[in-house]
Design a protein around this ligand. Structure first.
Ligand code: NDP
Length: 335
């Protein structure tokens, strides 16, 4: 089978690509520049390199951004991960909401218009489209939706989670109103840790959700551990990647969303795991003994659907953190 994978340079996409290649899928990844495409293909395991090509797709917020690649050859599956994920926005609409929402509707439109062989589209949404602060449910699962409004999305603190909610809603609306040639599956992964991509040129390029681990490793929290921010739950990127590939392959995953959580974490726990496993990092870590800082009455999560349908078993916090730290320390060129 042949797959189109968007946002190939990204953290999650790099692991989705590894998983696709392990399953033997020929894959075309979209990237924003020739240079990024070359770095990405260079970082692929030599044994699988013959299965990978890149195509250049510029800003996904533009109308018809995916038309050319969709006209170029038939695909069996599409995996759409590209979407901005940062903590700061100069312009919430231009920098975040437009690429998230128009990128999503854009790929669905181009697929329907030019690629009739596509059977399944998988979209990376987020737990941000599931959780509904400040009115938290006691237990979250796939039946829950974030209820944030467009007006609230103009506050840059809330823009990112709104972008994920509106993009996912737009995707479900598209399939219910446009009767496309494909079915849709959506992955709602929570805060994701795991080995950083080999194609990164500098630790500044590490994706947002790995910043906490990176900052501990680089000694940026030596004085005191930073307070933990929501969602207080994590999942390992290798489980997220496997979920995308299984959601793509399994007929029964069509029309479904999957909420992915391994367990709870806090910044003090991350620091203690690093302390216990990396003696060479002792001097960079915050003082021991900080308490977990979960909010009182923290919500629970029900991940039975992802276990039952996708067969996920979930990597635990210690392995996830240790492997993330190793992937950073391994990069001798980063000093
Ligand atoms: P990265 O920042 O590593 O990846 C983002 C990807 O999207 C990059 O390939 C980036 O390209 C691309 N992209 C961003 N904006 C545009 C744009 N305007 N036009 C074209 N491409 C664009 O983040 P992650 O891997 O963490 O995120 C990937 C997906 O997973 C996103 O949809 C994110 O919302 C979702 N997600 C992430 C979670 C996490 O904790 N990490 C949790 C839940 C969901 P370039 O490299 O060229 O900038």
């Amino acid at each position: 089978g042949k797959v189109l994978l968007t946002g190939g340079t990204g953290f999650i996409a790099s692991h989705v690509l590894d998983s696709l290649l392990e399953h033997g899928f020929e894959t075309v990844v979209t990237v924003r520049s020739e240079d990024k495409g070359k770095r990405l293909v260079d970082a692929v395991d030599p044994k699988a390199k013959h299965l990978v090509r890149f195509a250049i797709v510029g800003d996904i917020a533009q109308d018809g951004a995916f038309d050319e690649v969709m006209k170029s050859e038939p695909f069996d599956y599409v995996v759409h991960t590209a979407s901005p994920y940062q903590l700061h926005w100069d312009d919430p609409v231009r920098d975040c909401l437009d690429p998230a929402i128009k990128g999503t509707t854009g790929i669905l439109k181009s697929t329907k218009a030019y690629n009739p062989s596509v059977k399944r589209v998988v979209i990376t949404s987020s737990s941000a489209a599931v959780l509904n602060p400040p009115n938290h449910r006691p237990v979250y699962d796939e039946t829950s939706w974030c209820e944030i409004t467009w007006e609230q999305a103009m506050d840059p603190k809330h823009t990112y989670r709104a972008s994920k909610k509106f993009a996912e809603k737009a995707a479900w609306d598209f399939v219910s109103t446009q009767s496309p040639n494909f079915t849709l599956s959506v992955i709602n992964n929570t805060y994701t840790f795991g080995p950083v991509q080999k194609s990164l040129a500098h630790p500044d390029q590490i994706n947002t959700s790995n910043h906490r681990i990176r900052d501990l490793v680089l000694g940026m929290q030596r004085a005191a551990v930073a307070s933990t921010l929501p969602p207080f739950t994590f999942v390992d990127v290798r489980d997220v990647a496997l979920a995308h590939v299984r959601a793509m392959m399994l007929p029964e995953a069509g029309g479904e969303r999957f909420y992915l959580v391994s367990g709870y974490y806090s910044n003090p726990r991350l620091a203690e795991i690093i302390r216990a496993n990396f003696p060479e990092l002792q001097k960079k870590l915050p003082p021991p003994g900080a308490e977990d800082d979960f909010p009182e009455g923290h919500w629970a999560f029900d991940t039975s659907k992802s276990r039952r349908v996708l067969g996920l078993e979930y990597i635990g916090l210690e392995k996830s953190v240790v492997d993330t730290v190793k992937s950073i320390l391994e990069r001798e060129d980063w000093g």
